[in-house]
Design a protein around this ligand. Structure first.
Ligand code: NDP
Length: 316
């Protein structure tokens, strides 16, 4: 084995709530985990403001602060947390191989994939401005909807997620304007029916978000373009929710790991096991339904326990 190859018992790829929880459990079980944080250390939560729905924080906590705490907790038990991106893997042999930043080679007895998913955005300059400021653009109604209680908001998208988020927002907000870019929904009939039947949801078909309006700090409205007539109208809203889907960060695993058609990793139901022995998955990389920090943390715990049991069984 060349000097540049490092052998580890447990390699954790990704550093959101799933990865850090896996790290905490794996460290405490003496697996000496090495974590590579990936492109966005801390994961999606570092792009949100207040996290009010993670149990144990009665006053809430900011997303970035929570990730700092999770990292400190993982390090306290000895996790080796490293900057770096896993750019390639090879899961064909009994030892799982991974390359960091196309250079360093790691051989791992077990791998926990916790690379998460990235919310898709429209790419409008105004959308990105208010997203980064935390001033009124969000890709997570369950995380941020509460801040818009009693206010008017809009939501972009017509899939199951958009319908679910629109219903959630309608419970909190005075009015929800839903922008559907075609003249039909992508969502299942039942989800579509649900939003159609909610009184304070107005559905605008053939409609796209043209520009998010605001005073530089917070959102005050939006320009909407009808893509049939090219007419542009303005509405007053204080929040714009983008629900046009997520992309799981699973591309590098594709040659080895079985994925669903939508790119999410297939786990053996009720476990974190993938189709490759010794490779486990946790968090949003395998979850297109719940997508919550607390569910990610739960599956991170499962992955570490599954990894520990896998290694113990091998030693028997
Ligand atoms: P989807 O890919 O199903 O839907 C994305 C929606 O966003 C589509 O309506 C699409 O429009 C729209 N969209 C995409 N790009 C743009 C754009 N640039 N401008 C405007 N609109 C745009 O993603 P979801 O996150 O909704 O769902 C992902 C998967 O998860 C699906 O399989 C879904 O069924 C599943 N899911 C299931 C749930 C459940 O069962 N409870 C809950 C949530 C998700 P268009 O239709 O025109 O392409």
């Amino acid at each position: 084995m060349s000097d540049t190859i490092e052998h580890v018992k447990c390699l954790i790829i990704g550093s959101g709530p799933a990865g850090y929880t896996a790290a905490i459990y794996a460290s405490r079980a003496n697996l000496n985990p090495v974590m590579y944080q990936g492109m966005q250390p801390g994961g999606q939560l570092t792009t949100t403001t207040e996290v009010d729905n993670f149990p144990g924080y009665p006053e809430g906590i900011s997303g970035p602060e929570m990730m700092v705490q999770l990292e400190a907790q993982a390090k306290r038990f000895g996790t080796d947390v490293r900057y770096g991106l896993v750019t390639k893997v090879d899961f064909t042999g009994p030892i799982h191989k991974a390359w960091i930043d196309n250079e360093k080679e790691i051989h791992a007895d077990t791998v926990v994939i916790s690379t998460g998913a990235s919310a898709r955005y429209l790419g409008l300059e105004s959308e990105q401005h208010y997203l980064k400021n935390g001033g009124g653009v969000s890709a997570c109604a369950v995380c941020d909807g509460f801040f818009y209680k009693g206010q008017d908001v809009l939501i972009v998208g017509a899939g199951d997620s958009a319908c679910e988020e629109a219903s959630y927002l309608a419970n909190l907000c005075t009015k929800v304007t839903m922008l559907v870019r075609r003249d039909e929904f992508r969502a299942s009939r039942i989800m579509k029916k649900r939003v159609e039947n909610i009184e304070n949801i107005e559905i605008l078909y053939n409609s796209e978000l043209h520009e998010v309006l605001g005073d530089g700090n917070v959102v005050t409205g939006a320009k909407i373009r009808n893509n049939k007539t090219e007419e542009i109208t303005e509405i007053a809203v204080t929040g714009a929710f983008i629900a046009i889907g997520h992309t799981p960060n699973t591309e590098i695993f594709k040659p080895y790991i079985e994925l669903h058609d939508n790119g999410y990793i297939k786990n053996i139901p009720g476990t974190s096991k993938t189709n490759v022995d010794g490779v486990f998955v946790s968090g949003d990389a395998a979850d297109h339904v719940y997508k919550q920090a607390v569910t990610a943390a739960g599956t991170g715990c499962m992955a570490a326990l599954d990894a520990e049991r896998y290694l113990a069984a091998r030693e028997d």
